[in-house]
Design a protein around this ligand. Structure first.
Ligand code: AVJ
Length: 336
């Protein structure tokens, strides 16, 4: 009998596996549905192609975009307590949903490695570029780390992990990515995560908290216009991948914060009446002057809201970590 090798493929791509043009077809169907809907909408999940991921990297370095810096502080200040919680019970799979550049996770990875914790790091992201860059940077920065990057959406990746990785799991869901879900969707998503876990497995979730509305609005309306370019890239992507003829200069980025709902919503607003033909959808779409496409929601939470939401999904709250200013929370939950 042959010995099972422990070497992991550095990258698994779930979006390519014999699904041909399925992703493009999905994108085209999504665009057709969203631009025929009243009011018009497109999902922020399509922001993250190569150029979009690069723009998001720039956003994280903007002076106005506080969430990354606040979460960096939470993780840095509490790294040993967090690592102790995660590594309390022997070998585990550390699954990083929406890992991106994993800037904050790397602090924990180094801490876990120093403690000689037994674990395998599995970053998951829909951006293949981001996962390729992460794989090679991990090799340089954290030699000896057992890791395998997974390219795929949250659902496909969770299924894949269920089938391919058994044993204790710790899910990281950092960067306030949960904020992109509407409230019902976030409950559904947390329940989905829970359904892939066993009692005693853990979830570490990073969430942006409610604060001064001006601070929030500025983070999504930066002076240099990087967030505008990030939002408008969605139209460039439709032009590139689906053969659209959007005149991107005919649209403006418009973000607005609702302090009662605690939600930042971003729109692309058409400056004039126009028709846009999109080859892959086989049709054109009409825009009235000042008609808007809703492209992103980023929900901000209160601590009681977070606790209620996650406990309604089959978890119990373990510990809340926060930065000094109460800007951002990273919360550990246990599956029950
Ligand atoms: C990556 C979803 C957390 O909502 O703050 C940043 C994305 N959009 N600026 C966020 C984003 C505009 C970001 N998340």
């Amino acid at each position: 009998m042959e010995l099972k090798t422990t070497t992991l493929d550095p990258l698994i791509n779930l979006t390519r596996k014999e699904n041909g043009n399925k992703d493009l077809t999905d994108f085209a169907n999504h665009v057709t549905a969203g631009l025929s809907h009243t009011p018009k909408k497109l999902s922020s999940r399509y922001f993250y192609d190569g150029p979009g991921s690069a723009l998001f990297q720039q956003i994280m370095e903007l002076p106005e975009y506080y969430p990354t810096r606040c979460e960096y502080e939470v993780i840095t200040e509490n790294k040993s307590a967090i690592a102790a919680h995660l590594a309390s019970e022997g070998f585990f799979h550390l699954i990083d949903l929406g890992a991106g550049d994993a800037l904050k996770t790397k602090i924990l990875l180094k801490e876990l490695q120093e403690r000689r914790a037994a674990f395998e790091y599995l970053p998951v992201d829909i951006s293949e570029d981001a996962m390729q860059q992460l794989s090679s940077s991990l090799e340089k920065e954290i030699p000896g780390l057992n890791h395998q990057a997974v390219v795929g959406d949250y659902n496909d990746s969770l299924e894949w992990l269920q089938q391919n990785k058994s044993g204790r799991k710790v899910i990281l869901f950092l960067g306030s990515n949960i904020g992109n879900f509407e409230h019902e969707e976030s409950l559904g998503f947390l329940r989905k995560i829970r359904s892939h876990l066993e009692p005693g497995d853990s979830l570490l979730m990073g969430i942006d908290l409610r604060k001064d509305p001006d601070t929030i609005l500025r983070a999504y309306n930066d002076f240099a216009g990087v967030t505008a370019a990030f939002n408008l890239n969605l139209l460039h992507r439709i032009n590139r991948e689906l053969g659209g003829n959007f005149d991107v200069n005919g649209f403006i980025h418009y973000p607005i914060y609702n302090p009662q709902e605690g939600v930042m919503r971003s729109y692309l607003v058409s400056k004039q009446e126009q028709d846009v033909y999109i080859q892959a959808t086989g049709r054109s779409f009409h825009f009235n002057a000042w008609e808007a496409i809703h492209t992103e929601s980023s929900y901000k939470y209160t601590l009681p809201q977070i606790q209620a939401m996650v406990e309604a999904s089959g978890f119990t709250l373990e510990t809340i970590f926060q930065d000094k200013e109460g800007c951002f929370a990273d919360v550990i939950f246990h599956a029950v």
